[in-house]
Design a protein around this ligand. Structure first.
Ligand code: MCN
Length: 775
């Protein structure tokens, strides 16, 4: 990599700070009507009857659509991405899910009817007048209960509520290694269920043009490409008939990747009524209508030899996928667990079994990290437990088992290939920067103040650019008449700074300042094929495509420059945005050339083959203190050393890491979607009950680089968007456990709220050291 990408502020900031961005709810159309979704208020019931006549009698109420209208319109079940195979090649069983349910409700929040009226308030009021008679069924809320004999069944097509019984790795080799182990360590833990909660609540407007038979969907999306495919499949029309439009989107975190049932209903209403229909959800709706995430119980086992070398590992995962299988629901709970299953360790045998089960809860889907934080949490907690049980320093135990530098590219036991890395180097830097050796003195000081000080470490790895649904990534570069450049792709920017970094990539080659560039990612009449923003692959996938496209443009400009400069192309060099006859001052800028030959330097680039996965990794070290009398907990310091390969924009990368680390810490400290086990009601459905992490959660956070550029993409970059979460969840929890061990607590599960911490300490005093752990 020879280009310098420089350090720049973000192009998008001024617009954002001045409130000049256009979000989905800012769009309005002549004659638009407003939608409100009537949702199930019970977890599991048959709909005996539905009477909308009183609602329809209200002046200003235009229509009430139900599952019958959806069926009459011939809508199809919502699709599932990349169906996975289970044990023995069995198919996954994805139950049918329609935009409005018919005959039965299966979770609190499930859309039953769409009320359309002249105002949003009127539509909401009218929903109160829709009379529904239910016949209640028993609900099942946890994964364990759902696969137990005699559990209530959610869907006839899914016997035993088991969607998929997935296996990965080699069971026989793994069992053989366990049989000769000197020591086996086992740990079971619960990954609590969380709600994505992007800043902007979900919103959508549906429109339909009878002249062209084209649907417009204005929606909070992470990328128009897969959204068009999913909505097209739902409506039973080709994706060319669906236009997905969005400018600003206020956060995604994975839960804006998939199409939602509401979109099918809004588009149907728009077609039936001949009017645009707009819906803007509330925060309360986000809690029960947006996808949720995690909710997994795992058991990890590690086989060790007498010297502390890892011989094999076994993991079982029980994933509660909610009432239906979301589009991304199966691969995040299967492939995304096994592609990094052995972590950063050189382990000869691993076996994974993941069961995906249905319950009467909101469907779970991709959420920052999409499986990899789960795998990393399972691995790193087990590693810490093993170090503790064999009495070895957890950093030394890790160092002993890391994949050595000379083994790259490293084939994992599950068949994936880690391209490059220097795990020892990363670990060494993290230990030095966190003053690993000075911890005992700090612990003593904390103890003098009556605090329990704990230290946690994680050495994580994750796959970025895994998946990739589109057949290729398209990057479009166009010169405008005023000399500015428009960059187009379909990967949506919703907080990651793509406008800046993709411009930096192109600028580093074309020599045109980034301020002269504008990124567009979804326009009504401009269809782009590209992966959405997800899997931390935008820079790798789209950035690489932009990089290659810009180089091609420079090449394409050479004959035009030769003509203009009246010189042989061989005598011309291109530097800093100019074609110049070598050794002279005769030059023409690429912008001048593009303006002189309109369209000639535009490029529609499609990358083939797509860039492969690469494996960002890092070592995080956290120290925290617990006040045993109150359970109050505070992070004292956090050092993150990460290998993100070549970095395009340090400020953005640091922001991504800070955000991810804080998100992971927030999950450990208390974010949790808590359901009543009997009724299936969400008990933590507001910000009063659901503590979102705040910026000050992670005190003294330092984010440091350890770049090992990859050769698998032309930028040398690895993804960063999810790495922070993958590293921080186990790191923070290992620190919590380390602190609690001093009070006699041996096992503890998240959330590490003050109340639970205090109670766990009290329980340990009464001889129950694992009272707050499920294992
Ligand atoms: N970058 C860089 N150098 C690198 C790697 C990345 O400069 N070596 C820059 C990229 O150019 C980009 C940003 O860092 O501007 C993140 O890049 P990348 O890792 O490619 O991730 P994506 O852009 O694909 O973002 C997706 C990722 C995911 S999957 C989730 S979930 C997530 C996340 O990003 N959701 C977010 N970060 C988020 N940040 C915000 N503010 N909001 C969300 O919803």
């Amino acid at each position: 990599m020879t280009q310098s990408f420089g350090h720049k502020g973000r192009l998008e900031d001024e617009r954002m700070l001045k409130g000049a961005g256009r979000y989905v709810s800012d769009w309005n159309f002549p004659g638009q009507a407003y939608g409100y979704f009537l949702r199930s208020d019970r977890a599991h019931a048959d709909i005996v009857s539905l009477d909308a006549s009183a609602a329809l009698a209200i002046k200003g109420v235009i229509a009430v659509l139900t599952g019958d209208d959806v069926a009459a319109a011939g809508q199809k079940p919502m699709p599932a991405a990349a169906p996975m195979k289970g044990r023995g090649g069995a198919d996954q069983l994805a139950p049918p899910r329609y935009s409005l349910t018919r005959g039965r409700v299966r979770y609190v929040g499930e859309p039953i009817a769409l009320i359309v009226a002249e105002s949003a308030a009127l539509a909401q009021d009218a929903a109160e007048q829709v009379m529904i008679e239910y016949n209640e069924r028993p609900a099942v809320i946890t994964g364990e209960a759902a696969i137990a004999a005699g559990a209530p069944q959610l869907h006839e097509s899914v016997p035993g509520n088991l969607v998929l019984d997935f296996v990965g790795g080699d069971e026989a080799t793994t069992n053989a290694a366990f049989a000769k182990a000197a020591k086996v360590v086992k740990l079971t833990a619960y990954h609590t269920r969380v709600v994505g909660n992007p800043m902007e609540p979900r919103a959508a407007t549906g429109k339909y043009d009878p002249a062209t038979d084209v649907y417009d969907l204005y929606a909070t999306t992470q990328g128009a490409g897969p959204m068009r495919l999913q909505v097209g499949a739902m409506l039973g029309v080709p994706p060319e008939k669906i236009r997905v439009i969005a400018e600003e989107v206020g956060g995604g975190f994975g839960v804006r990747f998939n199409a939602y049932p509401e979109y099918g209903a809004l588009l149907l209403a728009a077609k039936k009524l001949g009017r645009a229909v707009k819906w803007v959800s509330t925060r309360s709706e986000v809690f029960v209508a947006d996808e949720q995430a995690r909710d997994i119980v795992h058991t990890g086992e590690m086989a060790l030899d007498a010297g502390g070398r890892m011989l094999a590992m076994r993991f079982t995962y029980l994933s509660n996928v909610g009432a239906y299988l979301a589009f991304t629901g199966s691969f995040i709970n299967t492939i995304n667990l096994v592609n990094v299953v052995s972590g950063v360790y050189d382990v000869p045998a691993v076996f994974v079994n993941a069961k995906l089960v249905l319950t009467n809860t909101v469907p779970t889907a991709a959420y920052r990290g999409a499986g990899r934080p789960v795998a990393s949490y399972a691995m790193e907690r087990l590693v810490d437990q093993a170090a503790h049980e064999i009495g070895m320093d957890p950093a030394e135990f890790r160092r002993k088992n890391l994949v050595p530098k000379e083994k790259f590219p490293y084939k994992t036991v599950t068949g994936f290939e880690y391209d490059c890395g220097d795990f020892q180097g990363v670990l060494g830097k993290a230990l030095a920067e966190s003053d690993w050796k000075g911890f005992d003195a700090r612990r003593k000081q904390s103890a003098q103040r009556g605090r329990l000080r704990g230290r946690g470490i994680s050495t994580y790895i994750e796959a970025s650019a895994a998946g990739g649904f589109a057949p290729f990534d398209q990057a479009h570069i166009t010169w405008e008449k005023d000399g500015t450049i428009t960059l187009r792709t379909a990967s949506h920017n919703h907080g990651q700074g793509h406008e800046t970094t993709l411009a930096q990539v192109v600028s580093s080659i074309l020599g045109v300042p980034i301020e002269k560039m504008r990124l567009k990612t979804s326009e009504p009449d401009f269809f782009m094929v590209a992966n959405p923003t997800g899997g931390s692959r935008t820079l790798l996938g789209i950035g690489s495509a932009m990089y290659n496209a810009a180089h091609e443009i420079v090449k394409n400009g050479m004959p035009l420059a030769a003509d203009t400069l009246e010189s042989a192309a061989a005598d011309i060099e291109f530097t800093s945005g100019e074609y110049r006859i070598k050794g002279t001052d005769r030059a023409v800028s690429i912008t001048a050339l593009a303006l002189k030959h309109p369209g000639k330097l535009d490029l529609d680039y499609r990358d083939r083959p797509k860039v492969p996965s690469t494996y960002p990794n890092g070592c995080h070290v956290c120290e925290l203190e617990i006040e045993p009398e109150t359970g109050d907990i505070e992070i004292a310091s956090y050092v993150a050393v990460d290998d993100a390969g070549t970095i395009i924009n340090h400020q953005i990368v640091e922001g991504q890491m800070q955000g991810g680390i804080t998100q992971g810490a927030g999950h450990i400290f208390g974010e949790e979607a808590v359901y009543d086990r009997e009724t299936g009601q969400l008990l933590s459905g507001t910000f009063m009950d659901y503590p979102m992490p705040r910026a000050i959660l992670v005190n003294n956070l330092r984010v440091l680089d350890f770049p090992v550029p990859t050769k698998t993409n032309p930028l040398g970059a690895k993804g960063v968007g999810e790495a922070g979460v993958t590293g921080s969840m186990p790191c923070v929890m290992n620190a919590v456990i380390d602190a609690l061990r001093q009070a006699g607590v041996t096992h503890f599960d998240m959330p590490a709220t003050p109340q639970r911490l205090w109670a766990a300490i009290q329980a340990a005093k009464q001889g129950k050291p694992r009272a707050f752990a499920i294992g």
